[in-house]
Design a protein around this ligand. Sequence first.
Ligand code: HEM
Length: 222
Amino acid sequence: MTSSGQQYTPLQIAVHLGAWFPLLRLIVEALTDDLTANPIQHIEQRTGRAAITLLFLSLAATPLNSLFGWREPIQRRRALGLYAFMYAAIHVVIFADLDYGLAWSLIAQTIFEKPYLIVGALAFILLIPLAATSFDVWKMRLKKNWKRIHSLVYFIAPLVVLHYAWGKKGDFFNFSGEVARPWAYAIVLVILMTLRISAVRRFIASIRTRVRFPFQKRTATP
Ligand code: HEM
């Protein structure tokens, strides 16, 4: 039950359980000594993937609404975004602490030597104001600027895909090496971005008036 006495919705439960699952899995693996031969890399990769997945799910909320008229994902967007930030923060802390023992000059040197880390660091820095201002009080205070700040996510998401693709062994454009997953994220990103183009949205809206999905609320007929 929520504080207002309302039931939790199935999607709300799925979002929260799904978001904690990668962390719980890592904890269980740590407790059972099952973190692979390279535990730090394993945790970095898992938390990185959880962060990008949750970020993309938050980006999918608006297209799901415009495609199917399903409004609830919009209400879950903030939780998804905050969980994405939580995993990104764990990812960065593991890198800085477990991987580099908080040796700040070595960390800075490593980041500046590897372009994929510069891109990842930029994405992380840009995520901070989004997470910090995601609450209603900031939405009211910042008014139009709130939307401006939060549209940074359309810049951050490609940066994260670039960080992912560039960090992997192989050639992204020749499709060789470990590039299948980064490609999958890149394709999903292109689809999500395309669905935001206003002409595409108008076209979908025109189709939607003719099709009714089960979760769409019926409007009362006079
Ligand atoms: C200061 C910022 C960041 C640093 C230093 C950093 C560091 C790293 C490192 C070292 C790896 C490679 C792990 C390995 O395979 O050995 C990695 C991979 C990755 N990172 Fe980051 N990262 C940062 C920001 C981010 C952010 C903001 C996201 C997502 C929102 C992210 C998502 C990922 C993903 C998806 C991977 C690939 C995981 C895989 O190989 O399956 N990173 N990062």
